[in-house]
Design a binder for this molecule. Structure first.
Ligand SMILES: [Zn+2]
Length: 362
């Protein structure tokens, strides 16, 4: 039997500040969750002086790159934030009175949403029409590696904790960022930007730190399993010195502005339609097994920091839950079913396996 009790959450059961449900993030005190009471940290934020420092550094790096004729690389997923970032960087060139070329690098992961390619094609068309200084490149990582990722995370080969969504994203992000860095270096750039929004700050904040860039990223757990050639896709300090920045962690960021402005360039700006399908599979599995709601954590962070309005937060919560409840909804037909099919998985089996893992560790 699949537990569907998470589908009945009421407004009064949500944190007064950030809208997380008490049922899964409680107990609350005075209607506030532990994060809003300041008792735990999810998704760090920078102080004003740290933000200013990073903004100043970014300006200097952009000016310097322009002087030396080094192009700027941007990791372009086809979602609203990375598209919006291209626009913001071009604005930045104008502000600083510089000119430069932008290289957009897309990694076509096997779990990408089907809306991303039409988005990128639309964006390419507009870039051409407006004669913007932007070039596009595409890379495809190994399908076998993703098969292995899914296997270790969805079944029981490795158990870190119940936060599967987070673990999957971490493993995948390391590879994705590595591939973008590799391509950027190949194209003569060492200054790379990613459009992660402020809620996506649980891995790094503002930039990839030097400690992370000083060692190899190949995960030990894959050591005996994968073709040694795949190891070369993971970042190595031998590749050369790079700066990898997440400017939406320190520039002004407004969720609505990102959505509205990216609408001029792409067909679909809705994160429900453009997020990685694996994220949805993981979240739905988490919901059906432990009631953990990864999507809510991320937008409750946006609500908490003022980057998303509370009414939008409520709309998202209600929309997300009703889309999961209805197996004919696009969350199932566009995200979950295609991933299950592509990797030959059964949802009921996955729920069973995950429940067993949780029982064995609790
Ligand atoms: Zn809260």
């Amino acid at each position: 039997m699949i537990d569907q009790s998470f589908l009945k959450i009421k407004r009064k059961e949500l944190c007064k500040n950030c809208l997380k449900p008490e049922k899964y993030y409680g107990p609350f005190k005075d209607g506030l969750c532990s994060t809003c009471r300041g008792e735990d940290i999810w998704g760090q934020t920078l102080t004003e002086s740290e933000k200013n420092e990073l903004s100043k550094l970014t300006d200097e790096l952009l000016i310097n790159a322009s002087k030396k004729g080094i192009p700027i690389a941007i990791g372009l997923s086809g979602g609203k934030d990375s598209t919006y970032l291209v626009k913001r960087i071009i604005q930045k060139f104008d502000e600083l009175g510089i000119q430069n070329k932008i290289i957009c690098i897309t990694v076509r992961i096997p779990t990408e949403s089907k809306n991303l390619v039409p988005n990128i094609n639309n964006f390419k068309k507009i870039v051409k029409e407006l004669n913007l200084p932007v070039e596009f490149y595409e890379i495809r990582p190994s399908f076998d590696m993703y098969k292995f990722y899914l296997d270790i995370i969805l079944t029981d080969k490795i158990i870190i904790d119940i936060q599967r969504t987070y673990d999957t994203c971490n493993l995948c992000s390391d590879l994705l960022e590595s591939l973008v860095i590799k391509k950027a270096i190949e194209l003569g750039s060492n200054l790379i930007f990613f459009g992660l929004s402020p809620d996506e700050s649980n891995r790094f904040i503002g930039k990839i730190p030097d400690e992370k860039l000083s060692h190899n990223w190949f995960p030990e757990i894959l050591n005996d399993v994968l073709d040694p050639k795949v190891k070369d896709d993971f970042y190595s300090p031998k590749w050369g010195t790079v700066k990898v920045l997440f400017p939406f962690h320190y520039w002004d960021y407004d969720e609505n502005a990102a959505r509205n402005e990216s609408k001029q360039y792409i067909k679909e700006s809705d994160p429900f339609k453009t997020n990685c399908s694996m994220v949805f599979l993981n979240m739905v599995l988490d919901l059906y097994t432990v009631g953990k709601m990864g999507y809510i954590e991320s937008y409750s962070h946006l609500v908490r920091t003022g980057a998303m309005s509370k009414s939008d937060g409520i709309t998202y919560l209600n929309t997300f839950l009703s889309l999961i409840k209805n197996r004919q909804s696009f969350i199932w037909t566009e995200h979950i079913n295609p991933i299950l099919e592509k990797f030959n998985l059964s949802f009921e089996d996955l729920v069973d396996k995950r429940k067993k893992i949780i029982d064995s560790i609790s």
